[in-house]
Each structure stands twice: as structure tokens, then as C-alpha cells.
Design a protein around this ligand. Sequence first.
Ligand SMILES: [Ca+2]
Ligand SMILES: [Ca+2]
Length: 213
Amino acid sequence: MRCHQDPISSQRPLPDGRRGASRGRWGRAIHRAAALAIAFAIGAAAAPGAEAPAKKPTRLLLDDFEGDVARRWQNLKPSRAQVKRGKSSGLWTNMTDAVNLKLPHDWSRYEQWLLTVWCYSVKATNARFIVMLASDTAVTEGPDFYYSLVTVDWTGWKQLRIPLREFKGWDHPGGFGHIEAVAFNTSVDWVGTQREPGTVLYFDDLALEAPSE
Ligand SMILES: [Ca+2]
Ligand SMILES: [Ca+2]
């Protein structure tokens, strides 16, 4: 029994001048190509993760203490003596307020996140400094800010992990949508800061991180 033949393709010359006699070979090649394309498409669609929704970022690096550290930070020097990540950290030797103004200012979407920073302490001096988030408003004449007090009671590397919601507010801070600067501060002694000679700290990888699930 003869197979049904497409009357058009059987009469039309094939690209190499032959007639429908070799249509079978062409047809098979085309079918093979089509089948391969479909299989590839199915394979791609079924590849692990191909259809998974894009992962939400869980970390925002604020400063890696690389490059021109002294340009971004008042009173911190770049150092290679103690480094958590990359090639350098920020050295704080005299506890004079270290301030970084070159950061994103709107943190409103991160209110449930943590501020994290690696900190290497040479000596546990029990000095106290605050991590300060400047957020000034005109409600008060003086500076308004958020703060978290840190006691230098460790040696070596330690990661400070402070939920933003646990920062205390001094006077009338303007909210996390209005963060002007991050500072390591000892001059606002009315919140309990205490300088101690011999306190040497290295900071690395300042970031905002989503709480772990
Ligand atoms: Ca670094
Ligand atoms: Ca003010």
C-alpha cells in the first residue's frame, strides 16, 4: 500500500533540483530537527530552577572598606593588618567619631533587617561606642539619631548583628527612610559611651541583612 503523498511537494523541485523522490529524506530531516527543537524547548523549560521565581536579595553591602576608605570615612584608615574580606579593612585607633556619609539614605524597606559589621578588636578594653544612624529633624535643635551601644569586651573578629528595630532613638529621629550617615561614635557620652586608651578596632563589610528564615 502506498503512503499518501502531498501532491504539491511531490511535484515541486527540491532545492537540489531533484523531485519528490527524496522528500522522505528531507521530511525525516525536518522532522528530526523539529523534534530536537521541541525536546530542547521542553528540556529547557524543565531545567531545575528555570521557572523558579527570582530570589529576593537578602543582603545590601553598604561598605566593604576597600579602595579609598579615607575618602568615604572620616577618622578611619585603610589597613591590611586585619582583613575579614577582600584586601583591606577600616582601622579605628583613637575612638574619634568615624563617620560615613556616602551611603544609601532610604532604608525604609529594610526596617525588619539587621545592620551587620565585622569588627576585629586587638584588646578587650571595655570601651563603649555607639553605632549611630544619623537621622536629624528640625523638631529639635540638636542632632537626632538612632543608636546601639557596643562594649568592646572581646578580642579577634566578631560580627555585630543589630536588628534595626532594636536601635534606640535619641530625641526625634526622622525614620529609616532618612538615614544621613553611619558612624562609630564616642562623643555622645550621655548615652553611655566611654573611651578607653589602647582600644584598636578594625571594621570590615558593613551591610544590611535580611533576618534568617
Ligand atoms: Ca574589606
Ligand atoms: Ca534636630
